[in-house]
Ligand binder design. Structure first.
Ligand code: AMP
Length: 308
């Protein structure tokens, strides 16, 4: 089934306790599209970059069967730039720079060939742009998944609330869930957020796994305990790409299938953090992915005899 991915395609500069990068390619849609490309070969991208964005990186995306006819190139402008620094625990980070550049007035154009998409993944972007994409699709996709972050909660809360009312699944981290709901308990937060529009909520908790909620059920997927986390940038987007990619490839939007999708998302995220930027994501093999998913199965499998 075809998947439309919308979000930032960017330059990132990252500092972790293990090192520092100059500008490397990043962006929510980059991670999502790469991650989902391991599940479905019909990934279509709508995004914008400046003339400074390397053609070789666009070709790298195309080599992963990602269709880039929806990637606008503004020759005389600069690409979105984000810079972040991780603290020693690698679970928290400070944003050092957000330069919107081409994203400041991004008008998403959806090529005719993308109009019949079955699944839509709205990666991190201004909520107004995310809702515009939904409005510009002539047919509503089978499932609309959305990611967002505290940056947009701080500066565009009203737009965010409007967009939230239009989507099926929201994927955010624990800190963002608390900010959005004004509740500390994640169970209470989930209840409140599920009243805002989404029928399903994913709360990512970094190295502590991810929770999947609907109004009546909850499911938990652990994160794989790794000896070394090198760079967590993009892990949340990579997770979302694995989640929606698996759902698009199985064409099943039941809660049961979403549980499996959560495991695939977690497996993809565990690869992402092993190297800087998208480095680890660009050449994964099916065997590596299968072995990783098997590790998750073994991690949570146990037998128990309840006492009478
Ligand atoms: P994650 O680590 O999953 O939160 O994603 C990090 C990615 O999000 C980086 O590659 C950034 O380029 C991108 N990003 C950071 N801030 C924003 C923003 N305000 N809008 C869109 N993308 C962003």
């Amino acid at each position: 089934m075809s998947l439309l991915v919308v979000g930032s395609v960017a330059f990132d500069a990252i500092e972790t306790p293990f090192g520092k990068t100059d500008k490397i390619i990043g962006g929510a849609a980059t991670y999502i599209a790469l991650s989902s490309s391991y599940f479905t070969h019909k990934v279509n991208l709508v995004a914008v970059v400046g003339g400074d964005f390397p053609k070789a990186d666009i070709m790298m995306l195309e080599a992963h069967n990602i269709d880039t006819q929806g990637l606008q190139i503004k020759e005389n402008e600069k690409s979105f730039f984000w810079s972040g620094r991780y603290n020693n625990d690698m679970n928290s980070r400070d944003t050092l720079v957000t330069e919107l550049n081409v994203l400041a007035d991004f008008d998403p154009v959806i090529p005719e060939a993308y109009q019949d998409c079955d699944y839509l993944m709205l990666g991190n972007l201004a909520p107004k742009v995310q809702s515009t994409v939904i409005q510009r699709l002539k047919k509503r996709p089978k499932l609309v998944v959305m990611d967002t972050m505290n940056f947009w909660m701080d500066i565009a809360m009203n737009d965010l609330m409007e967009t939230l009312a239009m989507v099926d699944v929201l994927s955010i981290n624990d800190e963002e869930a608390r900010q959005l709901s004004k509740e500390y308990s994640l169970v209470k937060a989930a209840k409140k957020i599920l009243e805002m529009g989404p029928k399903v909520l994913i709360i990512k908790k970094g190295e502590h796994g991810a929770l999947l909620f609907n109004k009546h059920q909850v499911f938990f997927a652990p994160a794989l305990p790794l000896e070394e986390v090198f760079d967590p940038t993009g892990a949340g987007d990579t997770f979302a790409g694995g989640f929606i990619g698996y759902i698009a490839s199985t064409n099943d939007i039941s809660f049961e299938n979403m549980k499996r999708a959560l495991i695939y998302g977690s497996a993809q995220a565990s690869f992402c953090v092993e190297k800087f930027g998208v480095e680890r994501l660009v050449n994964l093999s099916q065997n590596e992915l299968n072995d990783r998913v098997q590790e998750f199965v073994e991690l949570v499998q146990f037998e128990i005899n309840l006492k009478n």
